[in-house]
Design a protein around this ligand. Sequence first.
Ligand code: AMP
Ligand code: GLY
Length: 425
Amino acid sequence: MNILLIGSGGREHALAWRLAQSPLCARLFTAPGNPGTARHGTNRPDLKVSDHAAVAAFCAAEGIGLVVVGPEAPLVAGLVDDLTAAGVRAFGPTRDAARLEGSKGFTKDLCAEYGIPTAAFARFSALEPALAYVRARGAPIVVKADGLAAGKGVTVADTLDQAEDALAALFAEAGAEVVVEECLVGEEASFFALCDGTRAIPLGTAQDHKRVFDGDRGPNTGGMGAYAPARVVTPEIEARVMETIIAPTLAGMRARGCPFTGILYAGLMLTADGPKLIEYNTRFGDPEAQVLMPRLASDLVPALLSACDGDLSGVSLEFDPGRAALTVVMAAAGYPGAVVRGSVIRGVEAAEGEGVHVFQAGTRAEGGDLLAHGGRVLAVTALGDSVTEAQARAYAAVARIDWPEGFCRHDIGYRAVAREAEAAA
Ligand code: AMP
Ligand code: GLY
């Protein structure tokens, strides 16, 4: 069958690479795509993803048997609803189901109703009661905008002043909806489950590095690197997450009339009281997909088809169990602030090799050159028998890339590497 992938980031390059390997995939199209996805299929930058009728017409014309949606915006805009209504098989949640990512308030209410462990919270639509609440609770405390904010709507306030400033800034906008939460303490991990509306199967774990600088300093970003698996999520914790977080979420979504089909990505805090949900995303992570895909030993396409068809009962996903994967994001100087585009990147092919992939995100091909064309530009990924080995191989590959205008963190995977050193000692 022919497959259409929606998106243009490093996540989509990793997905394109994986999807194109499937014996079930005849032709792969990516809209809009990037120079990385072009290596595994045909880019369609001309196809306007926000024009759902145009996407449906393209699918009919090209005999598309499966649409895979990478980013959250088209999900929240209802692309899957409109394609399904047009008779096109599309993988991902409906608009209503994507509220798990699109509305923090919706998710928090679901957690309260179904006893899903999460931070204690309150919702506000006016400044004064929110200020009174944070003054009563004290710092540290977490202030979040309700709705999609690309990770930038969250303030983990260490002081009451910071919390008050964050509230003032959010309520400066008319109609603001704000969630104030208890500050959870522990280690964070990303947990992925493939869902068919009723059932879920684990799709692996990873740890992202959200801050821009080494040592988890500086502002939050979309993610500066990741590794998989996150061994802090032991098999016991995984079972607990499936039972206390994922399963009741699917039951709650069914009860609300919007069963969840797609990737449920739970951001977890592993607290002393057990795993708690920080937030949901309703898609693959970026850069987490760049470490999940290389470890996946099974064909992804039949699993996605079974999920779309509402029956994952016969599906199991195998991972290369002994192997770890680690990805280092190379970003343009200035990221996550304003960046200059157009600098030349050399050495991508020299960096690639057995078990090493350079997934492209914000890149552009011009006259035989590869140019930087965004904030996060490359995700340099390596496999290894341990996180320590994957880290060494990924940084060796980074060293082969000649891009003076780019930068990366130098400590991706440090927690796992320290743990591996401790275990070996
Ligand atoms: P979010 O956009 O909700 O994932 O939040 C971004 C980051 O803020 C998370 O990855 C956490 O590091 C942090 N965070 C969010 N909520 C909490 C919380 N309740 N307690 C502690 N940290 C949090
Ligand atoms: N890496 C964080 C995200 O994809 O949301």
